[in-house]
Design a protein around this ligand. Sequence first.
Ligand code: ATP
Ligand code: MG
Length: 229
Amino acid sequence: FGWPNQGVIRFDGVVLKYREHSAPSLDGVSFESRPCEKIGVVGRTGSGKSSIIAALFRIADISAGEISIDSVNVSRLSLPALRSRLFCIPQDPFLFSGSLRENLDPLGEFREDEIWDALAKVNLETIMRNLGGLEHVVDEGGVNFSVGQKQLICLARAVLHNAKILCIDEATANVDHETDRQVQQTLRMAFKKCTVLTIAHRVQTIMDSDRVLVVNDGTIVEFDTPDNL
Ligand code: ATP
Ligand code: MG
């Protein structure tokens, strides 16, 4: 189905508290993306960067404000509907035990050639053919893959499902230079028509962003192009 179409994310006065009596982790966050915008999210540790993604995916419930994607209030969607259309690449992605095919296409919705096409777009085709193809077994947690490869597998899943919105918590640890280059290239090529929200740890990611969302103490303090910051 067609939603989301533009991939416009809008936060309007969003307040998020993990516990009833704790201080808000998001304290009136408002911003709106443009279609297909590449947004870098920066801020000190504990400032609320991951909470923005948690609120968007409804991993945590917001207590005030509204979050919409293409004018649809996400609180009106069922969780499966919401989470089948948003994609997230965590810092160290978790793969479940099962075949590579099951990890990429858990519901068996796609043809073999569509899956290979997605793997090719993230530069994993050769590696996966050498490992024995789509029936190659992924161990629990994906321990037989590197962090960078797991990120690429998650990206392949997002390509396959024609993601319009992608959130990335950039890896901080041990991604080798070549895999990192492939992840960046994939993001530029395969996700051109996708809104991408990246919690940025690399300076280059910030410089490559259309706009940078600066979070401090649960609020947005700036939202501008990297040149203007
Ligand atoms: P980091 O750069 O360290 O990942 P962050 O900017 O992503 O930090 P958040 O994880 O969004 O920060 O945390 C914002 C605030 O919310 C912090 O005070 C944190 O302790 C609190 N917090 C985050 N997740 C939870 C949780 N699951 N339960 C309770 N408090 C939480
Ligand atoms: Mg975080």
